[in-house]
Design a protein around this ligand. Structure first.
Ligand code: HEC
Length: 119
């Protein structure tokens, strides 16, 4: 009986973990509007591009852009979106380790261009 109960708890625990991580894969941590708010309206991306952001801020931008690339845009080709946002996520990630790499964002963050195509 003790053995059975233990086995049951283990199985339930496993199902719970699988379920939780599965849900995490489907839904990005932030939606597009949240990313626009936290990364763009606040000017966070500019600080990272200028090389003046501290490590926490660089990590935050990296998370925001990673989430951005996991979203679907309201308009435009999903494959193009993946290319554009994938480049942003990659550049922001590189800047976490090396602040000087943030400079690459200056060329990549094109507010109007991206809005015209995907918004
Ligand atoms: C990689 C593409 C991309 C880039 C670059 C981008 N945006 Fe956006 N932005 C979007 C999309 C897509 C939406 C529409 C989101 C929606 O309606 O769900 C949006 C929406 C917005 C909104 C409206 C949010 C709301 O709550 O309705 C603001 C404000 C905004 N962007 C600001 C900016 C600024 C400022 C920049 C440049 C510093 C910028 N964005 C760069 C893709 C981008």
């Amino acid at each position: 009986m003790k053995f059975l109960a233990g086995g049951l708890i283990a199985v339930v625990g496993m199902v719970f973990c699988l379920g939780a991580s599965g849900a995490g894969d489907k839904k990005p941590k932030y939606d597009i509007k949240e990313v626009m708010d936290k990364a763009h309206k606040t000017g966070l991306w500019k600080k990272v591009a200028a090389g003046t952001a501290d490590e926490d801020e660089r990590k935050e931008l990296s998370e925001l852009y990673t989430a951005l690339s996991q979203n679907k845009p309201p308009k435009g080709e999903l494959s193009d979106w993946k290319k554009v946002t994938g480049a942003l996520a990659k550049a922001a990630k590189a800047a976490v380790k090396d602040a000087a790499k943030g400079k690459a964002l200056k060329k990549l963050v094109n507010c109007g261009g991206c809005h015209k195509e995907f918004k």
